[in-house]
Design a protein around this ligand. Structure first.
Ligand SMILES: Nc1ncnc2c1ncn2[C@@H]1O[C@H](COP(=O)(O)OP(=O)(O)OP(=O)(O)O)[C@@H](O)[C@H]1O
Length: 345
């Protein structure tokens, strides 16, 4: 593989007694779209700010194109940034907001005009260039913020929860727009998000963080299908943990299975165990069932299991609350946590 475009080496960061980042290591390649994903307070914004030069690491290095940039001020790093709170100047038009960063550099007025028009066109807002931020929707303001970041042809685009202030529909549309633009321009991008769906749909790779540490790095498929810890399995998607209840067994789950991988059939058919349907939830494209079984695991007792089935299966089995079904967990779909936690670098 080519040399990494950005290398994050042994980054630690403390705020007083709070450890915000512990030994973070990461390599990002040219044109990659990488998401930093994790719950609130796990350190993702701090990491992005250290990459941008807005925050100093307590130790560790950041290399861009092989060169140590740890000591460079933000203005010298050639990173474009977009924040959750658009951060547009309210007294400047969309055009002026985008042009702002170009002024004071060695561009002629004509060059600036061309560049601004070009990026406004890229974000599909040429028609709104003379509007003030207050005259633009949230989604439009965020597209102006994006235009302002890319007009400087940055080496890296850093996005800090850029979509979280927007309503659901606009958010989904902008996901596609940002990704498409990023691919078209080939800008290496790092985005902070706590939204797993956003990370799964947009990223080439996801860096899952928890408690100031990197838990797993992998493609969306890898972190979904082969989570290396119960935390990752639970944070990304829905999961059923299967506990070994035999005497002396460790309390941590050793196996897990995704709700969509469990097979159900009519009572008495197949090799499965019986389960009672405790709840049926309509989720639009599928149904989410809450089932209760008696003997799936060693040790017995009741267990609740979440199962997702298509409308087709649900109709076919004529599923009803308190009905009995047969349930099977395909062996090949079991996720195991018995091995040492591995990090896919
Ligand atoms: N300037 C600061 N001073 C003191 N503590 C800070 C500062 N910035 C962040 N922290 C602490 O560092 C930890 C990581 O914060 P950070 O903002 O990076 O998390 P995050 O994952 O981005 O969370 P969120 O999704 O809520 O923004 C938290 O415990 C936070 O309280």
């Amino acid at each position: 593989m080519n040399k990494p475009h950005l290398t994050i080496q042994g980054i630690n960061k403390s705020f007083g007694t709070v450890a915000a980042l512990k030994d973070v290591n990461l390599e990002i390649h040219k044109n990659e779209f990488v998401c930093l994903l994790g719950p609130s307070g796990c350190g993702k914004t701090t990491l992005l700010r250290i990459i941008a030069g807005l925050e100093k690491a307590s130790s560790g290095r950041i290399l861009a194109g092989g060169k140590d940039i740890s000591m460079l001020p933000p203005a010298k790093r050639n990173f474009g940034m977009v924040f959750q709170s658009y951060a547009l100047f309210p007294n400047l038009t969309a055009y002026q907001n985008v042009a702002y960063g170009l002024q004071g550099k060695s561009f002629s007025k004509k060059d600036i005009g061309e560049k601004v028009q070009h990026v406004l066109k890229l974000v599909d807002l040429s028609h709104a260039s003379s509007r003030y931020p207050s005259q633009l929707s949230g989604g439009q303001q965020q597209r102006i913020a994006l235009a302002r970041a890319i007009v400087l042809s940055p080496d890296f685009l850093l996005l800090d929860e850029p979509l979280s202030a927007l309503d659901a529909k606009v958010r989904v549309r902008l996901r596609h727009e940002i990704r498409e633009l990023q691919e078209r321009l080939g800008i290496t991008t790092i985005m902070v998000t706590h939204d797993q769906e956003e990370a799964l749909t947009m990223s080439d790779r996801i860096v899952v963080m928890n408690n100031a540490e990197v838990q797993q790095i992998g493609t969306p498929q890898e972190v979904y299908e082969q989570p290396n810890s119960p935390f990752v399995a639970d944070f990304i998607g829905s999961i059923n943990f299967l506990h070994d209840k035999s005497e002396g067994a460790a309390p941590t789950p050793r196996w897990a299975v995704r709700p969509e991988h469990i097979r159900i059939s009519a009572e008495g058919t197949g090799e499965g165990v019986s389960a009672i349907v405790k709840n049926i939830e309509f989720r639009g494209s599928f149904y989410r069932l809450l089932l209760e079984t008696e003997s799936v695991e060693a040790g017995g007792g009741h267990d609740s299991i979440t199962v997702d089935v298509s409308a087709h299966v649900s109709n076919h089995l004529q599923l009803m609350k308190n009905g009995i079904v047969s349930l099977e967990v395909p062996k090949e779909k079991l996720i195991s946590f018995t091995s040492e936690a591995r990090i896919h670098a």
